[in-house]
Design a protein around this ligand. Structure first.
Ligand code: ZN
Length: 272
């Protein structure tokens, strides 16, 4: 791990001032916000269709330290949507491919690679090192592990999902207490295996992952900067075929097994 720059450190090089000039022009960002981004540590879980635009925009924005966790190697069938990789890297670990792209885009940022499967031990070891976790994974057991770990470890979570022509996005900050809901207030338990198909079974329009990953990056940047209205307590649903966005309210469930008063989930022992 590299030393974290302080968010109070407003000392920028000429190159940084030039690179981030369109951010610094924004009253809501400015040099103070840019210093916050440089001090931030964000973990991207999944270097795939969501992780690619997420990584690109977080790196371009100057998020000082970006962790990338994935255990897969790049396959030809990934490239229809995972646009931060390239054909000549097929067979390479995805974390290395994404890290190479992000470092080339912005050498000012530090990219930490974690080539491993996310299990409870990995979450307990890695999540505390980051300020914010972004879930770009594609299966329910991993999504529930990430959601539980973020609540128990006190980390905000920006969670996106895609399937076919549809996308979903929310931000969970249930560790801050009411009124912020957790992921289990929305879905108490994972669906039975096989009920909800995956992208590898049902397909996905590549550009849909690009939109959702970019929205996810935007929410992560807003959270770090402390600007605007966060998505905590709201879920965005996008149907690309209808070209319609809907926003639904999410309420904290007082009986929730994770964040409710009588919570029964107190550790990650239920996760492999
Ligand atoms: Zn809850």
């Amino acid at each position: 791990m590299t030393a974290r720059r302080s968010a109070d450190d407003l000392d920028f090089t000429e190159a940084e001032l030039s690179r981030y000039s369109r951010h610094i022009l924004l009253a809501e960002v400015g040099a103070v916000g840019q210093a916050r981004l440089r001090a931030a540590r964000v973990l991207i879980v999944g270097a795939g269709g969501l992780g690619a635009p997420l990584g690109l925009y977080l790196a371009a924005a100057g998020v000082g330290t970006i962790g990338v966790l994935d255990h897969d190697r790049l396959e030809l069938s990934n490239l229809q949507r995972q646009v931060a990789h390239s054909t000549d890297r097929i067979g390479q670990p995805k974390v290395e491919s994404l890290a190479a792209t992000l470092r080339a885009l912005n050498p000012e940022v530090t990219v930490e690679t974690h080539e491993r499967r996310l299990d409870a031990a990995a979450a307990l070891e890695l999540f505390p090192r980051y300020d914010l976790i972004c879930d770009g994974t594609d299966n329910f057991p991993t999504r529930f592990l990430i959601g539980d770990a973020c609540h128990l470890l006190g980390k905000p979570l920006v969670s996106a999902a895609v399937l076919r022509f549809e996308g979903q996005l929310s931000l969970f900050a249930s560790h801050l207490g009411p009124p912020h809901p957790c992921h289990r207030c929305l879905h108490p338990e994972p669906p039975p295996p096989g009920l909800v198909p995956s992208c590898s079974e049902a397909g996905v329009l590549g550009a849909v992952t690009g939109v959702m990953g970019t929205l996810q990056a935007t929410e992560a940047l807003k959270w770090i900067l402390g600007i605007g209205e966060s998505l905590s307590g709201r879920l965005i649903l996008w149907d690309a075929l209808d070209a319609r966005f809907r926003t639904v309210r999410l309420k904290r469930d007082p009986a929730c097994a994770l964040c409710g008063e009588g919570a029964t989930i107190r550790d990650l022992s239920a996760h492999r």
